[in-house]
Design a protein around this ligand. Structure first.
Ligand code: ADP
Ligand code: MG
Length: 411
């Protein structure tokens, strides 16, 4: 007679999970990173830490407060994400680690990156909180007791004030893109949040620049911070070839269509100065049969997230956006950036063209420049310390190098 126990014993062994072995990333060995996280890094396809990761990870693991200054695309998310996961106590039910980011898109992106990094860590709960999403759904997420929260300051404060979450047990606080966040007028909110964290928590800040506000927050809240700076030089510098094309305002649309008609670039980001212009350019592209979308502050948040997700997945090739909407967004494989207008701030130029040429791939950036924009352009180039290649359209409307050679041989 069979007993239930015997029945159970006779069942086949469960299939092994993760049968595919993951190569451990060699460059990350010896940094005291746990096997689970190492395997996840390998699974993400990385082998060597970037410079900011090399410098930040040991410092952060050692408990220091850090102010990390590094240009976009240098791998800051993993620089703080890896130590964050190493610190976690999975048994603990209070919120342990908090990351603040300036925009919803960025918060979502950090959340996704942390989730990938935590692929092999069972029982980890990461909540992402931002405005524009029903607060009720976020409350549900918070009820599940996440160990990690990634949030925009406004929404975080909202939850704190409603008592949905507490930060008094947080041991690691990260401000990502601190300069941008403080520029956007979040200083007060950020301070109110930091004030509620324990005084002995570790406080790590990342920023593209050392702005006055960043330094003030550091001085007020960091304890003997170590400054880590990574310059945009050589191997860190994305491989981007920059071109300037003179074009008067009424010509810009045609010039843009010419660049896209060349059918050379599969993924393109087009930057405009205003929401209205982004809308107009996108409408013109769609009218001309291009598969494009627009991303700016007038698009409802839900739609923005969806557009961003689809663009990242390569579902459509052309994105027209404003600076704020695109800030910090990491999309791989953008082949060309086109500046339809010049940005108002020098730094935005760097952020814009930094969307391409990532991860050692080669990218191109075109700037369509009216005569009156040339003064602004000079200021930008002085800031960039770079010299783009000048191109021009001839009378027949063919784009050429200065020596007369056609830019696109096939047109
Ligand atoms: P930042 O915050 O400095 O702008 P991100 O953290 O968004 O940079 O990383 C930029 C890109 O580089 C992302 O696609 C990321 O997945 C990739 N990346 C991060 N670390 C590494 C690494 N060690 N090796 C190769 N690529 C990496
Ligand atoms: Mg970043």
């Amino acid at each position: 007679m069979e007993t239930t126990q015997e029945l159970t014993a006779e069942q086949p062994a469960p299939r092994k999970r993760n049968p595919r072995p993951v190569k451990l990333p060699e460059g990350f060995q010896g940094m005291d990173i746990s096997d689970d996280v190492l395997r996840a890094i390998g699974r993400m396809g990385f082998d060597m830490p970037t410079e900011i990761q090399k410098k930040t990870i040991p410092l952060m693991m050692g408990g220091s407060d850090i102010i990390g200054i590094a240009p976009t695309g240098t791998g800051k998310t993993l620089a703080f994400g890896i130590p964050m996961l190493e610190y976690m106590d999975l048994q603990e039910t209070e919120l342990q680690e908090l990351v603040l980011a300036p925009t919803r898109e960025l918060a979502m992106q950090i959340g996704e990156e942390l989730q990938k990094l935590a692929y092999y860590i069972k029982g980890i709960r990461i909540a992402v909180l931002y405005g524009g999403q029903p607060i009720k759904r976020q409350i549900e997420q918070l009820k599940k007791r996440p160990q990690i929260v990634v949030a925009t300051p406004g929404r975080m404060l909202d939850h704190l004030e409603r008592g949905n979450v507490r930060v008094d047990r947080v041991h690691t606080l990260v401000l990502d893109e601190a300069d941008e966040m403080l520029d956007m007028g979040f200083v007060k909110d950020v301070c109110k949040i930091i004030d509620q964290t324990p005084p002995n928590r570790q406080f790590v800040m990342f920023s593209a620049t050392t702005s006055q506000d960043v330094m003030t927050i550091s001085w007020k809240y960091q304890y003997e911070p170590t400054q880590v700076t990574v310059e945009a030089v050589d191997e860190n510098k994305p491989q981007i070839t920059q071109y300037i094309i003179p074009a008067e305002r009424q010509e810009k649309q045609d010039r843009l269509l010419y660049l896209l008609d060349a059918d050379v670039y599969e993924r393109v980001m087009i930057f405009t100065d205003t929401k209205l212009m982004a809308h107009r350019v996108n409408a013109a592209l769609q009218k001309n049969g291009f598969d494009s979308e627009e991303l700016h502050g007038d698009i409802p948040q839900k739609k923005r997230s969806e557009i961003m997700r689809r663009y990242k997945q390569g579902k459509f090739p052309i994105l027209v956006c404003t600076d704020v909407a695109a800030r910090g967004i990491d999309v791989d494989d953008v082949e060309a950036v086109i500046n339809y207008d010049l940005p108002n701030e020098n730094e935005y130029y760097l952020h814009r063209i930094g969307r391409t040429g990532r991860a050692h791939k080669h990218g191109v950036a075109f700037t369509l420049m009216t005569y009156s924009e040339s003064v602004r352009m000079d200021a930008i180039l002085k800031y960039m310390k770079s010299e783009p290649t000048p191109l021009r359209f001839d009378e027949a409307g063919i784009l050429r190098y200065e020596d007369g050679k056609a830019f696109f041989e096939h047109i």
